[in-house]
Design a binder for this molecule. Sequence first.
Ligand SMILES: Nc1nc2c(c(=O)[nH]1)N[C@H]1C(S)=C(S)[C@@H](COP(=O)(O)OP(=O)(O)OC[C@H]3O[C@@H](n4cnc5c(N)ncnc54)[C@H](O)[C@@H]3O)O[C@H]1N2
Ligand code: MOO
Length: 432
Amino acid sequence: MMPDPLLPAASTPASDDCACHGPQGPEQTIGSLLARLLPGLSAVEGNALCPLRQARGRVLAEDLVTDQPIPSFRRSAMDGYALRQEDCPDGAASLSLPVRGRVAAGDSGLGLPDGPGAVRIFTGAALPPDCDRVVMQEDCDSDGSSVLIRRIPAAGANVRLPGDDLAAGSVALTAGTRLDARHIACAASLGLSHVPVRRRLRVAVLSTGSELTEPGQPLPPGAIYNSNRFLLATRLEDAGFEVIDLPAVSDDPAQVQAALRAAAACDAVITSGGVSVGEEDHVKGAVLAVGGRIDHWRLAIKPGKPVAVGALPGPEGQETLFLGLPGNPNAVFVTLMLIGLPLLRALAGTPYRPPLSFPVRLTEGFRRKTGREEYVSVTLHPGPDGIPLASRSGHGSSAQQSALVAADALMIVPAACGQADSGMVFPALPIA
Ligand SMILES: Nc1nc2c(c(=O)[nH]1)N[C@H]1C(S)=C(S)[C@@H](COP(=O)(O)OP(=O)(O)OC[C@H]3O[C@@H](n4cnc5c(N)ncnc54)[C@H](O)[C@@H]3O)O[C@H]1N2
Ligand code: MOO
């Protein structure tokens, strides 16, 4: 059977995907969770034509096909002289020709008059129809009226052919591409002033916790500042989504339910906190109380074990993706990156691509509990053999935000590894 391109490469069959059975039931791997969820997600409806200068971060709704070859005419790749085949004798060491024309970028094609001759030409200019090569001016001496060519170029030298970049009829940009400067420039080179894009995904962000105080306010005893709200909103905006930034709610079932009901009008709802097993963890219960469901809970990763994925009933009968992330800030960062963003991108119309890791070498060993794959915040330094050296940037707590702030990458320690020794090589994911 051909692998489904949507599914993560590391996906495992649904029947045996439990990395660990805790008292609350199985914990899933990231690969198995994405493999289950991604095929069921389809992109939001609603396309628009977007001016190029506003298209950054938007998702292309259709393939862009070029009807013209790019470039559309033969042009010079160098400043120099355009030559005809018949003026370039085989095996000659050098050649002197009268200069019989001049063509700069933007001039329309110019033919050579009869008789031997070269045409002064500049980079990007249309090649005269009867010429087939260009000699760089560094290989010539000229007084303006004639040119001595010291190195005779081969046929086709320094000529860009029509379709050299893209042949007519080829796909220049594929549907689902999240547009950055490269893609926008490519669309411009096709002559497009607007591109078809998908509607921007609307994602509601709700932080829960009676201990939360907004930055700028005095901090009462026992309280902390709400940082997850800013982490989530900023990261989601960076990813190109429209963020509906809701005020935090206390650990109160009625408040959480009311906020979820309102948030369900968006395409997806992400909460932080209140998703674990304590009596003050009301998020999963609130999802059920408003008529939603929890399909998955608990991942075999550290940080980020208690992650709930499900759906909320939307106001028009549609299902709104629900993602309940844990409260610890580093768990929010990791689970948003590894679970949240892939799911949201699928809703936004971007096909899943597994993250690309690179190898790093651990500098100082540490012991750890087995059973969960761990994403360790590390700083990187150049290594003698080209493999970066990785040092843990904290003590491994998912509440230690300073470790994440200092980190260059997340080093991935496999679930079965109980002793990560100095010198061992692990895969890592870049943070940015
Ligand atoms: N008996 C158990 N207790 C816990 C377990 C467990 O399996 N059994 N799992 C632990 C793990 S792992 C995590 S992660 C946390 C997640 O719990 P919650 O999702 O219920 O999160 P909270 O308890 O609400 O908060 C955890 C921690 O994070 C701080 N927090 C919460 N929201 C914010 C915010 N917006 N900005 C900054 N910091 C926030 C909160 O004050 C707590 O310190 O559960 C463990 N417990
Ligand atoms: O998932 Mo928790 O983040 O391990 O502390």
